[in-house]
Design a binder for this molecule. Structure first.
Ligand SMILES: [Zn+2]
Length: 318
């Protein structure tokens, strides 16, 4: 990466740009590179019934299109997708007359993996690609590679063909096969998440007073580890908000309902003097001490967080 830093480049899609403009840019890329010394490498992979189909198309002016298909059983989609890139880069690097390689992919995050020098699970492929590229760059100082992002939502015609092709195969494994290390880890992680959800559904796992909140589609929120999980995504950015939200959700809060349970001799009525017991429900839905903001469905996580934000004294120590 230090020696050949001028030889590789990345073109990411402008997230605010319009799809048709992005597609036009890719069209122009094809037109300007449809010369015999350039190779366009389009890759994709898809998984059906645990069988991954990896496809590479190599377009080069004056030469017939080369398609290469590989199948693998029990691998992750990231691995299958990076493998197709490896396969395409390997093919074109070994052609004599190529000076520029253009790789077009919908998985630009995997391209970042290629240039990630830290330890990561896809390193066997990234190391192989880099050693291939080193030989390619050493051949001539004019040799270069460009990586272009083409999100699937663009449905850009060249990429759509590869995508469609990768989904069209129906294969049955005929040889005995092993499970890849990443796939084992993925299966373990899926199983743990499943157990976690089952344990959460049984109320003794999460506590009887747990406040079930809904997501924006009105489904009960279930635990997940993605991006820290649904609750922390909503209020994890602020310590005080997170503390109050946790007290409210678990009903371990400085309110009358809690005092009644653990210190029945203490006062448990609501300071608004309109309700005999200061319950969580009363605070969230009725108590006039708090800003009445609460959505009509009264139970979605986003509105719960909005209520806490607008009422900094709710579920807080005075
Ligand atoms: Zn009250």
């Amino acid at each position: 990466m230090d020696i050949f830093s001028d030889c590789f480049s990345f073109n990411l899609v402008d997230k605010k740009g319009k799809d048709n403009i992005c597609a036009q840019e890719l069209d122009n890329l094809v037109l300007s590179n449809f010369i015999p010394s350039s190779a366009l490498v389009l890759t994709d992979a898809s998984i059906k019934d645990n069988i991954a189909t990896s496809i590479v198309y190599v377009h080069q002016a004056n030469y017939p299109l080369i398609k290469t298909v590989h199948h693998a059983v029990l691998v992750t989609s990231s691995k299958a997708k990076l493998f197709t890139m490896r396969c395409g880069i390997n093919q074109v690097c070994n052609k004599d007359n190529i000076s520029k390689i253009v790789v077009i992919t919908d998985s630009i995050h995997l391209v970042k993996c290629i240039f990630n020098s830290l330890l990561h699970p896809l390193q066997s492929h990234s190391a192989a690609i880099l050693s291939e590229l080193r030989l390619f760059f050493n051949k001539s100082q004019d040799n270069s590679i460009e990586f272009w992002e083409c999100p699937s939502r663009l449905k850009w015609r060249f990429h759509k063909d590869v995508d469609k092709d990768s989904k069209s195969f129906k294969s049955t494994p005929i040889f005995p096969y092993k499970t890849s290390w990443d796939f084992c880890k993925k299966t373990d992680s899926d199983n743990i998440a499943k157990q976690w959800k089952m344990c959460f559904q049984a109320s003794d796992g999460k506590g009887n007073n747990f406040l079930d909140l809904l997501d924006n589609d009105y489904n009960i929120i279930k635990p997940s580890y993605i991006k820290g999980g649904p609750w922390l995504q909503a209020f994890g950015h602020s310590n005080s908000l997170c503390t109050r939200a946790t007290r409210a959700i678990t009903n371990h809060a400085l309110i009358g309902e809690y005092r009644l349970r653990f210190f029945p001799n203490k006062n448990f009525s609501c300071p608004c003097n309109e309700y005999p017991i200061e319950t969580r429900r009363h605070i969230l839905h009725e108590c006039r001490r708090f800003n009445g903001y609460w959505n009509p469905r009264r139970d979605s996580l986003s509105h719960f967080v909005m209520f806490l934000t607008l009422n900094p004294k709710a579920f807080a120590f005075e």
